[in-house]
Design a protein around this ligand. Structure first.
Ligand SMILES: CC(C)(COP(=O)(O)OP(=O)(O)OC[C@H]1O[C@@H](n2cnc3c(N)ncnc32)[C@H](O)[C@@H]1OP(=O)(O)O)[C@@H](O)C(=O)NCCC(=O)NCCS
Length: 199
């Protein structure tokens, strides 16, 4: 597996690849001053002729940057699931997505492309998690929740069942979301209240 992005998030992905027994074939980054990450060489600019028929994961935590980078990648995207994660056979995980240590994805969940389900996050049955979403560590998404493209659910947040969350919004760490959330807002607290708009 190749990685694009020599970031902190990439360090966690390297850990997952190692523990799954997968090989880190190379790391690309636009910042040419970064030459190594966790003792792995950073090979410079993305070059599809190096990746050839192998796969790549965009190892960048920012949802917006992940989306931007995805538009210029010509290689096939891989999917990465840590062996400690519990992912139902009745769920779908689309290419480019990463499911981290101890995360749980219950039946009939659709996880879009380039999604991060971070450490110990729980996504309950029948949820739809759209492209470029990040569900942070220890967040709990109850059943039948819809999360729109690019939304970031903060660490330890709880979203109760049946809620619909819009696109490119940010749910603060530890928030409790009990009502639908529109697109492009920052919402924090228990119960969640909108504090600003984004974009
Ligand atoms: C929600 C968040 C994005 C807001 O950041 P911001 O845009 O810089 O906003 P501010 O820090 O200016 O906060 C705006 C208001 O919301 C409050 N607030 C911010 N985050 C909050 C949170 N998680 N819970 C409760 N209130 C919060 C602030 O106290 C402030 O309130 P005030 O206007 O009454 O003073 C950020 O605080 C947060 O929680 N990010 C999630 C981080 C995370 O989970 N990372 C996981 C990485 S793996």
């Amino acid at each position: 597996m190749y990685l694009y992005g020599a970031s902190g998030h990439a360090k966690v992905i390297i850990g997952i690849l190692k523990s799954n027994g997968q090989i880190i074939q190379g790391i690309f980054d636009d910042n040419l001053s970064i030459i190594s990450l966790l003792n792995y060489p950073v090979t410079g600019l993305y070059d599809p002729s190096i990746v050839k028929d192998d796969q790549i994961i965009i190892s960048i935590g920012s949802n917006e940057l992940r989306q931007n980078v995805s538009k210029k990648i010509l290689s096939d995207f891989g999917t990465l699931i840590h062996k400690s994660a519990l992912v139902s056979d009745f769920s779908t995980i689309n290419p480019g997505s990463v499911i981290m240590q101890n995360a749980v994805v219950q039946p009939n969940v659709i996880v879009g492309k380039h999604v991060i389900i971070n450490t110990s996050a729980v996504v309950e049955h029948d949820c739809v998690i759209n492209d470029f979403v990040h569900i942070s560590p220890n967040a709990t998404i109850c059943g039948n929740v819809f999360v729109g493209e690019g939304t970031h659910i903060g660490a330890g947040a709880v979203v109760i069942q049946g809620v619909k969350i819009g696109k490119w919004s940010i749910i603060g760490a530890g928030s409790v979301i009990i009502q639908n959330v529109p697109d492009n807002v920052v919402i924090v607290g228990n119960p969640g209240r909108i504090v600003k708009t984004v974009h």
